[in-house]
Design a protein around this ligand. Sequence first.
Ligand code: 4AD
Ligand code: MG
Length: 500
Amino acid sequence: MDLEHVSISELPGHENRKVRLRGWLYGRRAGGGILFLLLRDGTGLCQCVVEASDAHDFETARHLPQESSLAVSGTVRRDERAPGGYELAVENMEVIHSAAEYPISRKAHGVDFLLAHRHLWIRSPRQTTILKIRHTLTRAIRDFFDTRGFTLVDTPILSPGAAEGAGTLFKLDYFGQETFLTQTGQLYLESACMALGKVYCFGPTFRAEKSKTRRHLTEFWMVEPEIAFAELDDLVSLAEEFISSIVAAVLARHRSDLVSLGRNVDALENIRPPFPRMTYSEAVESLHGPRTRRFLDAETSRLRARLRDSRQRLETLEDQHARTGKGWKRDRLTGEMIALRENIRALEEELKILPERGRRAADFRWGDDFGGDEETILSRLHDRPLIITHYPRESKAFYMKPDPRDPRLVLNMDVLAPEGYGEIIGGSQREENLDALLNRMRAAGMDPAPYEWYLDLRRYGSVPHGGFGLGIERTLAWLCGLRHVREAIAFPRLMSRIYP
Ligand code: 4AD
Ligand code: MG
């Protein structure tokens, strides 16, 4: 009789039944004449028990290299000690492909090595967890807009002009005509919202950013809503509701996954409207004020304490390591030690730049755009996303509408994620007056000719409107507590990396 193929996540419904699993060998452990094979199939991990009495399978299992693919049949048994609570008592084993020596061992590797092996690295449990949470985030984003009367409009990736500054355009040759990879779908969405009212796009966007920070990718995914008749306050409310809703959706499905990533889940429970809100000028004041100084002092003490703890823990591990014989336990200790050393380096680095951060905050001049340092400080002063509005016109894009009460400012908002993750949303009300927009373009040194179609929107039934863009990788990095956005996308594109 042919056995039913099941996936590991389906095992709980198959207790005491015979099934067939297919997957890859993740790990192996021996004990008391028994081999425990750890099989992974993308839905979970299953401990497969091979008895020594089954001489043929036992020999195969004993030598099978990590990441070999195999099919195993046997009976599903409940076992508290097994990962997932179920194990498979193996009766038959079939090797589909015996793997070559796998380059990623369970000892930790440096991040450059891992990125160069990203095509394999994504098999590790931490990475599959992150990718699954990303999928949930994507669905939650679509659900949010789909259930609120928005129409999805797919905007082009090949684009004839700049929207977010000519400095970060990727150029390409379009049958002899200079063309670019899109930085944003916004300008096309503005056109679409005049047709459909409420619209959004969700796709990859490209910026030739020459920055190697933990917040920058050269290719990232952005969701952008755009709404006819919306004014700044409408955008602020929508952003609050939107962020709260996607955080709740991720929490509802992935609480234990987040914990397994080391995320402090309590911090996410807080994310409910209203969010703290201030103007750019108030934010500058707060950078110069006593709260920032108090924060920096507290941060210094906190980092020092964590550094002390980590160093102590490292000593303990090194001691254990020296006393442990060969085998998986020693491998695990090595892995933990490498991770801890990386952690210690990061803490030392942060402690070192803290005084510089403080100086920059104190010296910050009205009119400048907030950089990573200022964003980190501002967002760390709050336990919810911080909404900052009314930035100086000079530091922002040409399409933003100036504030009628103070034309040095624009009607825009940035949303900074808490805990120092930085800007996740940028948006604004748009300039809807033709002459004012033309003036803004000229002041920005732009030739209006390629934008005639965009200017048409101001000629035929122009209305107040606006929208925003949320970066998926930065949002996911915040939700999962990732240090760097490179883990938040399957195949990151960074300034210094385009392989694999
Ligand atoms: O603030 P930005 O540049 O806004 C726009 O592109 C507007 N056209 C959006 C709109 O109003 N429709 O980018 C929006 C968000 C940022 O807040 C950030 O989350 C993300 O996109 N982002 C990046 N993420 C990763 N790497 C980069 N290089 C990013 N640049 C922007
Ligand atoms: Mg921005």
